[in-house]
Design a protein around this ligand. Sequence first.
Ligand code: AMP
Ligand code: MG
Length: 324
Amino acid sequence: MIVLGIESTAHTFGVGIIEDRNVLANVKDAYTTESGGIIPSAAADHHVNACKQVLNDGLKKAGISMKDIDLIAFSQGPGIGNTLEVGAVAARTLSITYGIPIIGVNHCVAHLEVGNLCTDAKDPVLLYCSGANTQVIAFEGGRYRVFGETLDIGIGNFLDSVAREMGLGFPGGPKIYELSLKSKNYIELPYVVKGMDVSFGGIFTNVKSKLQKHSKEDLAYSIQETVFAMMLEVAERAMAHCNKSKLLLGGGVACNKRFQEMAHKMCKQREGTCFIPPSEFLLDNGGMIAWLGYIVAKAGNKMNIEDTSIRPYERTDDIDVNWR
Ligand code: AMP
Ligand code: MG
């Protein structure tokens, strides 16, 4: 079965093509800025302009044409309404034009399930650290249950907001990482873990107040040490409560080498294992959408065009996981 996946929840317009477990193509074009954050309408315009080229690149890379596709999967939610709509319209148009079945899937669940495609992590605790989403998740009782999450902004949005204040542009996470390598001077920052949840708004305000007094390098280093430790504290507690020894990282922030190092260390200390998919599957991508479409459809799930409205606020634990 050949599945085409379309991703458009935020900054990235991605097309992935898979044939069963084989990834034939995973291409994308991402919206970036020199100094600001994401402007929803500008990101949507970017996707409209990128759509045709990315689709053609994907088909060319896979060495197939639209008539070879058996299923079109797209990110139905959660995400930015403007950008979700572009992917949904593209998916519906292709579905109707070529008479190919369509299925909408949950973007967060795709970040989780792609771990099963790329790694040997069986039944892990998932630490999902993306731009807008920050959750500790485990599969219990037929659903991906959220054990802890951010009470305000996502960890990636937090890093992007700090980067914007520093005038570094979007996406900010990689830029903060580069700066962090130039310091080992820890500046005390608020450490905000509330039970199993985390919060970044207060840290952001605190960092803003320190921007004039401290170097960007010292702040970048201190920010990473603080927020990654917060995430790994709640992930470790979830592993202990759920009696699971495996941790799987997901989301774009998990590309961060320091975060990966700290996650490996925590797992090693408790005799567990940390699994990390390759970066192309950590950041938003069409391949993970195609993969989730594939396993959802294999389990007998279907959708009509009338069911394909976008779901900007859909939650991970709303999804009835009937494919495992
Ligand atoms: P996603 O929404 O999953 O595609 O992830 C995008 C987020 O990941 C953005 O907020 C980026 O700033 C962040 N990000 C990407 N690469 C890195 C990195 N190396 N370190 C920290 N954050 C990163
Ligand atoms: Mg994402």
